[in-house]
Design a protein around this ligand. Structure first.
Ligand SMILES: Cc1ncc(COP(=O)(O)O)c(C=O)c1O
Length: 425
């Protein structure tokens, strides 16, 4: 057997791809907007977006055009061998849209995990301190350091230790389960007494809306109060916007809902418009605190990914995109609130803007199996959904912000149909 033919993709996948890389029973043949064509002849509505990488939709024409143009100019260069305009242009745009008013610089990387790793490196170099604080239900990636920061044992940590040292965990707010900002901040203060001297902490790393952890938005006062506590101890605030950023919640960055200027901001996923790209952006003096050659990588800031990212950033920074995102958020929330009013199993509807989720429960407890069944039933109805949360009982919605009205309506109908059919079984 040589390479997989289309009809043999499933079989070849079982034979050649590690079983540890999971995939639903879907073989993609093409994609456009919020639609994915599969080899079963069906057209699926995509509420997963490659896990939040398609805020502009699959194959957004202006992104594809920029990719084609750059492909004709040159491909990989490596910034450390020869500088090139697309890299600098992305960094310029990231500085312009930074949620603050200072001088900002960036380094470009390949993945969100690499971005978070580099943010920690920068924070350590800038402060001369070793410790890092992450939060309950955090997801920051799968590399050794980011897996250590991540807060879910199976499947992300089991069997992969020992973990990186000097990582400490604080409680995060989760209002639906009774943990507010006060409790979370008390927990952090306790950590500073019991586990780690705040004078040795380089940074905290926090998602403004926890993604993999269950689409848990931070309460409106939490980032500001955390930022103040950090500042009092000389601790840097790293804002992980890999999933919540790049227009996912309406503004370019989710932290804009909170009026906080982070010290460092990590972006990824939708930044590359479908190509791999991540960034760490922050105050110039922090970004310059690392010695020459201390940051970088062979492929980080690939010219084609950068060409796409410049278009993505211009688009998500436009008032039209934000208006659309806000309208989409209102529409989805109205529909989900309607379901919550009617169906007992919908315990919570939450999120920010169009980054929304349903937490499913049975007698108040996480309804893990029900959630898996709903995701399966939605697939059968032609809708791609993802679950998340420590208990896998949260359905997260990540449709392209640009989704056509008809696709959105059909997708929400399919979600409702899936819930009702599973409940009636
Ligand atoms: C908040 C957050 N940070 C970091 C990452 C890691 O990104 P990547 O998978 O690109 O390494 C993810 C991925 O889901 C994420 O959601």
């Amino acid at each position: 057997m040589t390479t997989a033919t289309l009809s043999g993709v499933r079989e070849a996948r079982d034979r050649y791809v590690s079983a540890a890389v999971t995939a639903p029973p879907l073989v993609v043949t093409s994609a456009s907007g919020a639609r994915i064509q599969a080899d079963d002849g069906r057209s699926y509505i995509d509420f997963a977006g490659g896990i939040g990488c398609q805020n502009l939709g699959h194959g957004a024409p202006e992104v594809v055009e920029a990719i084609h143009a750059q492909t004709d100019r040159y491909l990989h260069q490596c910034f450390m061998v020869g500088m090139y305009e697309p890299y600098v242009e992305v960094c310029r745009r990231l500085a312009e849209v930074y949620p603050g008013s200072g001088e900002y610089k960036s380094v470009l990387l390949n993945s969100g995990a690499e971005g978070v790793e580099n943010a920690v490196k920068i924070a350590r170099a800038a402060t001369g301190r070793p410790a890092v604080i992450a939060f309950e239900r955090a997801f920051h990636g799968r590399t050794l350091l980011t897996m250590s920061l991540t807060s879910k044992v199976a499947p992300y940590k089991r069997g992969f230790g020992p973990f990186a040292p000097e990582v400490y965990r604080a409680p995060a707010p989760y209002e639906y389960r009774g943990i507010g900002s006060d409790e979370a901040l008390d927990g952090l203060r306790r950590l500073f007494k019991a586990e780690v001297d705040p004078a040795t902490v380089a940074c905290v790393v926090l998602e403004p809306v926890q993604g993999e952890g269950g689409f848990v938005p931070m309460p409106l006062d939490f980032p500001r109060r955390l930022h103040e506590l950090c500042a009092a101890h000389g601790i840097l605030y790293v804002d992980d916007e890999v999933q919540a950023g790049v227009g996912r919640t309406g503004p370019v960055w989710a932290i804009e809902h909170y009026g906080v200027t982070p010290d460092l901001l990590v972006s990824g996923k939708s930044l590359g418009g479908g190509l791999p790209l991540a960034a760490v952006t922050g105050r110039a003096e922090l970004m310059d605190a690392v010695g020459p050659g201390g940051l970088g990588g062979t492929f980080g800031g690939n010219p084609v990914a950068c060409a796409a990212a410049s278009v993505v950033l211009d688009t998500v920074a436009s008032p039209a995109f934000r208006d659309r995102a806000e309208a989409l958020g209102r529409e989805i929330r109205t529909r989900l609130d309607g379901l919550a009013g009617e169906l007992e199993c919908v315990g919570d509807v939450r999120g920010l803007g169009p980054m929304l989720a349903l937490e499913l429960i049975a007698d108040g407890a996480p309804a893990t199996e029900l959630t898996a069944a709903v995701v399966g039933a939605a697939h059968a109805r032609g809708l791609l959904l993802l679950s998340c949360g420590l208990d896998g009982n949260v359905i997260r919605l990540l449709p392209p912000v640009s989704i056509a009205d008809g696709d959105l309506a059909d997708g929400l109908d399919a979600l409702e149909g899936a819930l009702r059919v599973v409940l009636s079984d």
